[in-house]
Design a protein around this ligand. Structure first.
Ligand code: DON
Length: 300
């Protein structure tokens, strides 16, 4: 495994086409695209890594996996009265289907759906308490108390979050927001601002891998369902492409991170800030495609 990760990191370093760094969150716009890291936390407890696996990055939408786990922990299957379980075929921040589908977002991994899961785990708490709960969950999963939120990134996103505000107002107009929109947006932007290294993210993803040595933070049934949603909806309108090329559940973020689960085997995190046209890490996706081919770990 160590040799494979090193080969993948070398291939990435020599690829001249790194993709394009997201610029709509000002604080992330200056990130150096020439960075690539990968780490694998195995079900037997071993951890392997290569490249810039110890450089912290903004996990952004990868946080939607942890938010969903918390929201399901709060309300269980009642979650599915407020958000669907189908891929949207549209970009992560699209407002298009909300009108036609009466304010029920297609799935918990597009922005509209994640605003609903954030609203769900925020219910009855202050944003500070809710974010504390989120960090406790992530730290327990990763067995690492050093994981934190980058306040500058969170504030930078909040200051330019017009699209997410409009999604939240739209949801509210259908009665699908409980807390105040300012509280939901503040919590959501801080959740997206969680910072982790590939090694920490691979460790945190272990709660989605079945195995005696893995942190048991959710039930086996819930783990299976979260993995199913990552497979079908984890890469927005690029979800089919990721399933086709990689064949493992994965969740991407606009910071360039991807969390991938190989059921029963490992949690893998890859990061490279340049994105493909879907808004998913370009080199990260290519790396996972090579990883899946070499390991034969596609679930198909
Ligand atoms: O809400 C946003 O726009 C960002 N905080 C997260 C979007 C994201 O990561 C989409 N990922 N590919």
């Amino acid at each position: 495994m160590q040799k494979l990760l090193e080969e993948i990191a070398t291939t990435a370093a020599t690829n001249p086409d790194k993709g394009r760094v997201a610029t709509y969150i000002p604080e992330l716009a200056g990130t150096d695209p020439n960075q690539f890291g990968i780490a694998a936390a195995m079900a037997d407890g071993r951890v392997f890594s290569a490249g810039d696996a110890d450089v912290p990055f903004s996990i952004q939408s990868v946080s939607k996996v942890f938010a969903l786990a918390l929201a399901l922990g709060r309300v269980g299957d009642a979650m599915w009265t407020r958000v669907g379980r189908e891929p949207s075929g549209l970009s992560f921040d699209s407002v298009l289907l909300l009108e036609r589908e009466n304010g029920i977002p297609r799935n918990p991994f597009i922005n509209a759906g994640a605003l609903v899961t954030t609203d769900t785990y925020l219910a009855g708490s202050s944003p500070r308490e809710a974010l504390g709960e989120l960090l406790r969950f992530i730290r327990a999963a990763a067995d690492d108390d050093g994981i934190h939120i980058n306040e500058k990134v969170a504030r930078s996103e909040l200051a330019t979050a017009h699209r997410n505000y409009s999604l939240a107002h739209y949801l509210a107009s259908f009665g699908n927001m409980q807390a105040s929109i300012d509280k939901v947006l503040g919590t959501y932007c801080h959740q997206c601002g969680v910072e982790m290294t590939c090694r920490q993210l691979a460790m945190a993803g272990r709660f989605l891998v079945d195995g005696d040595k893995m942190p048991a933070l959710v039930s086996a049934e819930r783990r299976r369902r979260i993995n199913a949603l990552m497979m079908t909806c984890g890469h927005y309108d690029g979800s089919g492409d990721f399933a086709f090329r990689v064949g493992m559940p994965g969740k991407s973020g606009v910071g360039g991170g991807i969390l991938v689960v190989s059921p029963g085997r490992a949690s893998i995190a890859v990061w490279s800030p340049g994105l493909n046209p879907y808004g998913n890490s370009k080199l990260g996706t290519e790396a996972m495609e090579a990883f899946a081919r070499k390991t034969g770990w596609s679930v198909f």
